[in-house]
Design a protein around this ligand. Structure first.
Ligand code: PRP
Length: 216
């Protein structure tokens, strides 16, 4: 039975294609050349949706996609009352969710101004420390905010740390580790059990091969 698979566009999409190809799931057109956002698979009767990161959980929760592949950051930001299953760590896109601020500047104890696009993650983090914060929501390029005096610090994804460094910021606390995850719609877990299980099993094999460095 074919699955509708929602993929996070951008880096995750590109890193997932070889893993899906190893599961014999390949888009019928070349996604790099096509502006299409829904692709049929060459075989297996699957459909591949290319979605904005924050929309992947929405598609899966609403059942328009059976499974979705997106970052743990997106899943955490989506909230605690999610009604889908997180079933697999694809072990790609590894990075950290961190707080960061200007090098050598001490953060105020209370009333911290935090800029982030991950407002739920940021709020929860500071709440867990009983710190009062005001959160400014931005859509990206968060590093600008402390430089312009809009915030004392940021909550953002850190991979190499180069963006922080280039903008005079330093990493402070690690909130959590992030990587790419497979999520599954609750109803699809029952109605398409065999197809979902096969995908999970094939992805696990592909991930193990990937870790061994055998998939480009
Ligand atoms: C992400 C993140 C940082 C950067 C971290 O941004 O928000 O800005 O990557 O990577 P680094 O530690 O390797 O420098 P992205 O490129 O996704 O764009 P955005 O800033 O618009 O979110």
């Amino acid at each position: 039975m074919g699955l509708v698979i929602a993929l996070n566009k951008g880096r995750i999409f590109e890193e997932c294609l070889p893993l899906l190809a190893a599961c014999k799931i390949q888009p019928s057109d070349d996604p790099k050349k096509s502006r299409k956002l829904i692709f049929d698979s060459v075989s297996g009767g699957h459909k591949i949706i290319v979605a904005r990161s924050a929309d992947v959980p929405t598609y899966v929760e609403n059942g328009v996609a059976d499974v979705g592949i997106t970052g743990k950051d997106t899943i955490l930001e989506y909230g605690d009352d999610m009604t889908f299953y997180e079933r697999l760590d694809l072990k790609i896109g590894a990075c950290r969710m961190m707080t960061a601020g200007p090098v050598g500047v001490v953060e105020p104890e209370q009333g911290i101004r935090v800029a982030s696009k991950f407002v739920n993650i940021a709020r929860k983090h500071y709440q867990s420390q009983s710190k009062q914060v005001s959160i400014v929501k931005l859509s990206g390029a968060l590093e600008i905010a402390p430089l312009l005096g809009l915030s004392d610090c940021i909550v953002d994804i850190v991979d190499t740390g180069n963006t922080l460094k280039a903008n005079g910021l330093e990493a402070r606390e690690t909130i959590c580790d992030i990587s790419t995850r497979l999520i599954v719609n609750r109803a699809s877990m029952k109605t398409k059990f065999d197809a979902v299980q096969l995908l999970i099993q094939q992805l696990e094999e592909a991930i193990n091969t990937n870790e061994a460095g055998d998939i480009a």
